[in-house]
Design a protein around this ligand. Structure first.
Ligand code: MG
Length: 249
């Protein structure tokens, strides 16, 4: 018998089967934490319980979004790079609620303006876009700024690093809930961009559209992560997620 660490004579927490400091409450699992990445250097290490989607070696976990054929983007020096015209790519793996980590870098050579400069996108469940764009000294419309929920919600701040430097998205995603065809809870997202909170439990209106709005259409509780080919050679590295649990159980 393990030594008793908590209490069994304290009041019950509201709407809970556990008491305050309950000795029988499941203890949190031990996780070796992530190590940070350097903007002009090496990628960090994922936490020990992460599911690795891209470690810098190959695109074995990815397919072409349109036809599920092998992904055609370039892999070199520990990153993948959009090959314009080959199409968007997505994970073979599908998942729902998660903590997602993605690092990206806009092309060092500045080409284009506004939405034409270093454009890509992180599409949660293949249809909800967190915009990727080089917005360092590059004006564009507000709901198209880097780390915006494209076409819906601008980021709370523009925390862009210079083109060519590695930038970090840490995303907490709560998938929409459906009962049959009916939406019972919309999607919510929190985004830290280079350590700055830019989306704070923001409620999504629906899937991403261009020059339009769309409500939710029922879909499975899990979907792939998609990265966009928007004709700019944007780079990605160190992509992983952790499934989000429920500490009320
Ligand atoms: Mg985009």
């Amino acid at each position: 018998m393990a030594a008793k660490l908590g209490y069994d004579d304290t009041p019950f927490l509201p709407n809970s089967r556990f008491r305050v400091h309950d000795d029988d409450r499941p203890k949190p699992p031990v996780v070796r934490p992530a190590t940070p990445s350097m903007p002009n250097g090496a990628a960090g290490q994922p936490p020990s319980d992460a599911v690795i989607l891209f470690s810098g070696k190959n695109l074995d976990n990815w397919v072409d979004s349109k036809d599920s054929e092998p992904a055609q983007w370039k892999v070199e020096h520990g990153y993948m790079e959009v090959v314009p015209g080959t199409g968007s790519i997505q994970t073979k793996e599908t998942f729902g609620d998660c903590q997602l980590h993605v690092e990206w870098a806009a092309p060092t050579e500045i080409v284009g303006t506004s939405q034409g400069r270093g454009n890509s996108g992180v599409f949660l469940m293949g249809q909800y876009e967190i915009q990727v764009l080089d917005c360092y000294d590059n004006p564009t419309y507000a709901d198209g700024v880097t780390a915006g929920i494209y076409g819906q919600w601008p980021p709370l701040a523009n925390a862009c690093r210079k083109p060519g430097e590695w930038q970090v998205y840490d995303i907490i995603w709560e998938a929409p809930r459906f009962e049959g065809d009916k939406l019972v809870r919309p999607a919510f997202v929190t985004v830290l961009f280079n350590g700055v909170v830019v989306q704070n439990h923001t409620q999504l209106i629906g899937p991403t559209t261009f020059r339009d709005t769309a409500g939710y259409t029922a879909h499975p509780s899990q979907g792939p992560l998609m990265l966009q080919d928007h004709a700019n050679p944007v780079r990605f590295r160190n992509i992983w997620y952790r499934k989000l649990g429920d500490n009320s159980l």
